[in-house]
Design a protein around this ligand. Sequence first.
Ligand code: 9WN
Length: 433
Amino acid sequence: MLDRNRRGDWTCPAAGFYPHQWLWDSCFVAIGLARVDAPRAAGELRALFRGQWADGLLPHMVFAEGVRDLGSRRIWRSTTYPDAPRGVHTSCITQPPLPAIAAWEVAQGLGPEPRLAFLEELFPKLVRYHEWLYRDRDLRQTGLITLIHPWECGLDTTPPWMRELRRMRTPGWMRLVLRLRLTRLVGFLRRDTRFAPKAERASDADGLRMLVLADRASRSGFELRRLPADDSVQIEDIAFNAILASANRALAQIAGALGRELDERLAACARRTVDALEQLWDDDAGHYYSRNTQTGELLRMPTVSTYLPLWSGIPRARVERLLEQLRRPNTWTRFPVPSVPTDGPQFDDDRYWKGPTWANTNWLVVRGLRDCGESALADELCARTLELVDRSGFAEYFSPLTGQGYGAHEFSWTAALTIDLLEPDGGARDSTV
Ligand code: 9WN
């Protein structure tokens, strides 16, 4: 299946459905491929970096040549920016910072010589990406990165983000479209509903708001420092920042393997991130939440993102509270971990990021559990994830209640992470990362 989704050096998430290269998809694909074909995995990451901008930004999408799809390339018009690469079209925002983690995994699969050459090649690019994050997206130097669009967090329609989007000023034309239910018009512009039933996808309202937000951000060149305070959405996303904390550790390991040290400024930023995760902890609820950067308000809606700091080196007391939450029946379902707890008002077992279980977030939780020494629970989650795949194939996401597969049905990261989870140390080649 991964061969079918292969497009030269890189792998698309799902043929037809998602025809371009996505940042975190390619990282998950590389992590799985590293177990069976490390040179190809290395190529996957190299191809991702062909989209890197001169200022260090690693965009969330690199567009495939010659694929016709309505609109998406036009939202970005990357080639109008001096820092964007020539000869390839990209988006102008990023996605969860997994590249350093993936590079370290891929390196383990390569022989000693190609390993060093690969790490030498990628290290400066990874450093520039992390420096860009801290320079352009942590303006107050808090250690927490601010995202400017839900597409950046990877869990696009996750309830806390959608609630913030509902608060933004809605243009008149959009109110009209929604009031008159001109959904057929919207349906014509949408690509996803050609491949999967509407009930499994983002609602038209959520989809339209995301487009409006992208359009507004484009007027400020997608630059956080230029965004108008009252017409933007700015969030310190918990999933993104938790992954960044693990990625910083992977970056330090890569530096170590090359006999170098991280630049002191970057190392200080990395230390701040781990400490700053504490600010996103709500002790009453026992959850980590994302935070509105402008108002400082925690977005108190539990999602699977709350478990990602398990892999970020958080204090043991926090781990204990998270384990309590994870074992609750609203979360430890027949097929955990649902993207939204099953007793929440938003829960919908087949709709995208509003309830279904996803292989990539499970993989991240498995990694976190192993890092915390919780191997029994990690094994259990690993086994249930494999059971999902066994029953329903390499679906994009699954019902946490019945295990039925939804969305795209030949989805690359589900297949790739299955390869990794099938290994005896399932989901943790090197638990020290
Ligand atoms: C927008 C490719 C991507 C994933 C995201 C997932 C979805 C895109 C979309 O698909 O997002 O980036 O078109 O909805 O939410 O996590 O990387 O698989």
